[in-house]
Design a protein around this ligand. Structure first.
Ligand code: 6GU
Length: 242
């Protein structure tokens, strides 16, 4: 997968050299480049923002540098990338969207700061490529940089060969519309707290049942919205009434 990121703070992306994302870059699974939006400015102050039309607080990112950046990174003559614009006004980022993005050959992230990017940049881009404004949740960040780190982490771990044990993908929270059951490792007793006996029983049927019940109970308590949205086909008759 190819990924381009445009930001006025390229230094934010230093962690992408680390850990499993760094490894995916080193072995060619991920071809990632970070670009400084200011390299597409032409004035001495390298201006990227201005006051909003219609008034109001804050600043809006001017369209010219963004237009030049997108022209350079998504030229009309090559296959169009999917443009992702982090914004608290976007569609929710979910595991389902992470799977969708993991199947794309080329993602282009446009990180806005301040009150966002002039809307015409996105409207113009949409005539050439798919554009998705995406939000991490119902709160406001300074800008899109941290959101891109989050989105990339969720997407890159889904790329073939990145996770050593692909079974982790099948088991994890959100894989079946439920939160994951709690996990334990050695020692069996720690500070007077025992690992649940069933997990040490070796009885795989009982263990699977215990984990399923624990996942249902945890989801009911913490995420009743997820339980309500569960496809009834995902429930079986041995699931305890939550
Ligand atoms: Cl993706 N960007 C910004 N700036 N704020 C957010 C967000 C994204 N998601 C939640 N809040």
């Amino acid at each position: 997968m190819r990924v381009d990121i445009v930001s006025i703070f390229p230094e934010y992306f230093a962690p992408l050299d680390l850990s499993l994302i760094g490894k995916a870059r080193a072995n060619g699974t991920l071809r990632l480049a970070v670009h400084d939006l200011r390299s597409w400015t032409h004035d001495v102050h390298r201006t990227v923002d201005d006051t909003p039309y219609g008034g109001g607080p804050g600043m809006v990112m001017r369209p010219e540098p963004w237009g030049a950046a997108l022209d350079a990174l998504a030229p009309a003559e090559s296959a169009a990338p999917r443009l992702l614009v982090p914004s608290p006004a976007g569609v929710p980022f979910t595991q389902a969207l992470a799977y969708e993005l993991a199947a794309e050959p080329h993602l282009l992230f446009a990180c806005g700061r301040y009150e966002g990017i002039d809307q015409r940049v996105l409207d113009h881009a949409a005539t050439r490529m798919p554009v998705t404004e995406v939000s991490l949740g119902d709160y406001v960040l300074f800008g899109g940089e941290v959101a891109v780190l989050v989105i990339l982490e969720a997407v890159v771990r889904l790329l073939p060969g990145v996770l050593g044990n692909a079974g982790s993908l099948a088991e994890e929270s959100h894989a079946h519309g439920l939160l994951e059951a709690p996990m334990y490792t050695k020692p069996a007793t720690w500070r007077g707290l025992d690992v649940p006996e069933v997990l040490r029983s070796g009885d795989h049927g009982r263990i699977a049942r215990w984990r399923r019940d624990a996942a249902l109970a945890r989801t009911a308590r913490r995420r009743p919205d997820m339980l309500a949205a569960l496809d009834p086909g995902e429930l079986d008759k041995r699931d305890v009434a939550a």
